[in-house]
Design a binder for this molecule. Structure first.
Ligand SMILES: NC(=O)c1ccc[n+]([C@@H]2O[C@H](COP(=O)([O-])OP(=O)(O)OC[C@H]3O[C@@H](n4cnc5c(N)ncnc54)[C@H](OP(=O)(O)O)[C@@H]3O)[C@@H](O)[C@H]2O)c1
Length: 287
């Protein structure tokens, strides 16, 4: 049995490889990556796999039974890229795919939703047995900015008082590992999110509590937030996309209470206070 993992050099993919190793199923793991040299630390076979190189993909999938298909990271290019991957999987007779979609992809106002929904449809049309993991936000999307938030005394965004049920990459990686090795999940679409729901005000309060500093949440209209992001160096397109996504969070697009993720991983998802603590340790904050 061979399990291929796309995006295995990415942050989620590396954790999926680690979780699959821990499961000790005896399956051979193969990293399907743009740059095999970057996959050396994974210590598994690595094959070149670029979603933009459709002609090379079927051969790279030769012998792969099950495919962990991590969505690409270039917004706007992904429908075509994912089509290439699914067509190649058909040609290579891949027997099962687990795909990382977006929470509430069918109803979400997020600009990411159409590409994910199109990919889900392609998977359905492909005839390949599959599981769709509609992942909510990574808690790390917020904790990655804590250093500057502490310096400024503020977390800035456009999420208003939107309810957010995020989980860590590690939580989602465990779910991916579980769904690719267990056939019970074939044909299922899971809405995956954290057990705990919080607002950006709650996040600011948690950071204040743990650091002993007063950190406010400052809510800005989407356009003003995009301008702020540009001022700190983000390219215009990316700044507008991030602000738009954050504004979607104000409409509760990141809220879910299915608790399916914790059911899949058979433990509670990582709590906000744990993720904040971990992030503060990583930035060397003296707790
Ligand atoms: N749920 C969330 O909060 C959230 C947030 C951000 C992104 N996402 C989605 O979840 C995915 C995984 O997240 P992550 O944190 O692991 O992101 P990441 O660290 O940016 O990793 C993305 C991975 O996709 C690979 N990739 C991108 N374009 C590719 C292409 N054309 N061909 C082959 N591989 C390609 C990258 O390859 P390289 O290693 O060669 O760069 C990388 O391994 C993202 O790609 C995105 O679709 C979700």
């Amino acid at each position: 049995m061979k399990i291929g993992i796309t995006g295995a050099t990415g942050q989620l993919g590396q954790l999926v490889v680690q979780k699959l190793k821990e499961k000790k199923t005896g399956a051979k793991l193969i990293a399907l990556v743009r740059n095999p040299e970057q996959a050396a630390s994974l210590k598994i076979e690595a094959r070149t796999f670029d979603y933009d190189q459709p002609d090379a993909l079927p051969q790279a999938l030769e012998g792969i039974d099950h495919l962990v298909f991590i969505s690409g990271s270039e917004i706007g290019k992904r429908e075509a890229q994912h089509y290439h991957v699914i067509e190649a999987a058909k040609q290579a007779h891949v027997k099962k795919i687990a795909y990382t979609s977006l929470l509430h992809a069918d109803t979400s106002s997020m600009i990411l939703a159409p590409e994910h929904l199109a990919t889900e449809k392609m998977l359905q049309d492909s005839g390949i047995p599959h599981t769709i993991l509609r992942n909510g936000w990574y808690t790390e999307n917020y904790t990655v900015g804590l250093k500057s938030a502490i310096e400024q005394g503020a977390i800035i965004g456009s999420a208003g008082d939107g309810k957010i049920s995020s989980a860590t990459r590690e939580d989602y990686a465990e779910a991916l590992a579980e769904t690719i090795i267990n056939d019970d999940h074939i044909g299922k679409t899971y809405e995956l999110a954290g057990d705990q729901t919080y607002t950006m005000q709650d996040l600011a309060a948690e950071v204040s509590k743990q650091t002993g500093k007063n950190i406010e949440f400052v809510n800005l209209p989407e356009e003003q937030y995009a301008e702020k992001l540009q001022q700190v160096g983000l390219p215009e397109g990316m700044a507008k996309a991030f602000a738009s996504l954050d504004y979607s969070a104000s409409k509760n697009d990141l809220y879910n209470q299915d608790q399916m993720l914790s059911k899949l991983i058979k433990r509670p998802t990582t709590q906000l206070h744990q993720a904040v603590k971990q992030a503060l340790i990583e930035i060397g904050y003296n707790l």
